[in-house]
Write a protein that binds this ligand. Structure first.
Ligand code: NBP
Length: 480
């Protein structure tokens, strides 16, 4: 009788890989597992071996041989050099048609490179974004695979089975070729940055208005019952109500005011800059984290003058509702920017990404899961070419309704000296986008003045240059 082979293999038995392997086993798959340090594989077998069918191997060769051909192998190792090292170890043991799926947080440009190198050798490479943290990996994450359609035919059913579901719909869909999956995951994380930043700004404004942390926790819990309902708002309420085990004070007040980051937000902004897509809200969120950790700058600025960050609020309930509306509006603008980056990148890289599918698979399993995503999915399903989410039929009227509150909150924050960079920059983006004319004519006039960069006229086609240092005559430099 032939030895039983695994349906799929997982490399990397740290928190994400081991939980994903268990999730696969819970769904009836036989899972081969391997980790560079064998002790971790042994630990997973000892702790969870009875949860399903696992085949643990000490060597890469043994691991590869234990999987049925064509093989599906998921990498859940540290992104970057570790991923390249693991691929290099696997390749000599693979056969034509085998699939390596990278489920780590790899940069999509690395994925494009790896896909090309590996495809040239006759194997499939599937860069896949996975969101949901360690709990999601175990119970059902949101999964964003790229790679070839043929590899999705093999991997897709397994990934869909282990993903989160909304009703019968899996939170997993093929995003497009090569780097599309990691590109979408990168922007998911960028949006996650802005989601967290607007929550932080709302909390700080509530505190500046004299609302205590416990009451703020209740406010977030209440907000979670309405249109802001989302995982991040839900856990904000829970996190704010947590007391410090040492002092009994609200834990949030003893956590150092310093936010870390691992790079996906920075990549989102870098890529947006390369694509020429303004993602102000996401960029402000990345910069806010950077400033929070810029100790010497903050130390040098402590004595700078300004208001004392106290808001005089005559009607507390009205102010809380204003903050809620400003939070919703700022969040939606940041989503609009993120979806613009997905749409633009999809065209630029030739991926033809279905934007509605992104919203669909983010409705559950991932960190930004939210009620709003069903709404966004419906908008992009109705109009796949939707240029700006802000202008969507169900969104624009809401932004109009919340305009006054949004402006009141930004103005109050500025007056009181409370920094609310995403609330303010989202409003500036909204105002710039809707204005028939902005201040770019001044910039272009100056560019022509000092650098002969030419300008276009409002009343005629073509490009023009003014002889600024001579007789100030105008010449037409091109017809278009
Ligand atoms: P880590 O990102 O901490 O990576 C640890 C794993 O990488 C271990 O299995 C380790 O093996 C292996 N590894 C390293 Br480090 N260098 C290696 C090398 N040169 N060759 C082979 N293996 C190597 O694990 P994680 O937090 O479980 O995350 C796994 C992936 O999933 C990452 O890309 C991460 O960005 C991504 N991700 C994480 C989360 C999350 O919430 N944590 C969410 C979504 C995605 P060893 O045991 O021998 O050192």
């Amino acid at each position: 009788m032939s030895e039983q082979k695994a349906n799929i293999g997982v490399v990397g038995m740290a928190v994400m890989g081991s939980n994903l392997a268990r999730n696969l086993a819970h769904h009836g798959y036989t899972v081969a597992i391997y980790n560079r340090t064998f002790a971790k594989t042994q630990q997973v077998l000892a702790d969870h071996g009875d949860e399903g069918n696992f085949i643990g191997s000490e060597t890469v060769e043994g691991f590869v041989q234990s999987i049925e051909h064509p093989r599906s192998i998921i990498l859940m190792v540290k992104a970057g050099a570790a991923t390249d090292a693991t691929i290099a170890e696997l390749l000599p043991h693979l056969e034509q048609g085998d699939i390596i799926m990278d489920g780590g947080n790899s940069f999509f440009r690395d994925t494009i490179r790896r896909e090309k190198e590996i495809a040239d050798k006759g194997f499939h490479f599937v860069g896949t974004g996975i969101s949901g943290g360690e709990y999601g990996a175990l119970t059902g994450p949101s999964i964003m695979p790229g790679g070839t359609p043929e590899s999705y035919q093999i991997l897709g059913p397994m990934l869909e089975a282990i993903s989160a579901h909304v009703g019968d719909e899996p939170c997993c869909a093929w995003m497009g070729p090569n780097g599309a999956g990691h590109f979408v995951k990168m922007i998911h994380n960028g949006i996650e940055y802005s989601d967290m930043q607007v929550i932080g700004e709302a909390y700080e404004l509530l505190r500046a208005a004299g609302i205590g942390t416990d009451e703020a926790a209740e406010i977030f819990a209440k907000w979670n019952e309405g249109e802001l309902s989302s995982y991040l708002i839900e856990i904000t309420a829970d996190m704010l109500s947590q007391k410090d085990p040492q002092t009994g004070a609200p834990l949030v007040e003893v956590i150092k005011d310093r936010a870390g980051m691992k790079g996906t937000g920075t990549w989102t902004v870098m890529t947006a800059l390369e694509l020429g897509v303004p993602v102000n809200g996401i960029a402000e969120s990345v910069f806010a984290r950077a400033l929070s950790s810029h100790d010497d700058l903050r130390a040098a600025a402590t004595n700078l003058a300004g208001p004392d960050r106290v808001l005089q609020v005559p009607d507390k309930a009205a102010f809380v509702e204003d903050v809620r509306q400003a939070l919703w509006a700022s969040k939606v603008v940041a989503y609009s920017q993120g979806f613009d980056e997905i749409r633009t990148g999809g065209v630029e890289f030739g991926w033809n990404i279905n934007v509605a599918d992104c919203a669909k698979i983010w409705r559950d399993g991932c960190i930004i899961r939210a009620k709003l995503l069903e709404n966004i999915r419906q908008e992009y399903s109705a109009d796949a070419g939707l240029v700006s989410l802000m202008a969507a039929p169900s969104i624009a009227p809401k932004l109009a309704e919340y305009n006054d509150a949004w402006r009141r909150v930004v103005a109050a924050a500025v007056q009181a000296g409370v920094a609310a960079p995403v609330f303010a920059s989202s409003l500036a983006y909204y105002d710039m986008a809707r204005a028939p004319r902005n201040n770019a004519a001044v910039t272009q006039g100056l560019r022509d003045y000092f650098g002969s960069h030419t300008y276009e006229r409002v009343d005629a086609p073509g490009h023009y240059h003014l002889d600024w240092s001579g007789d100030r005559s105008e010449s037409k430099t091109s017809d278009n």
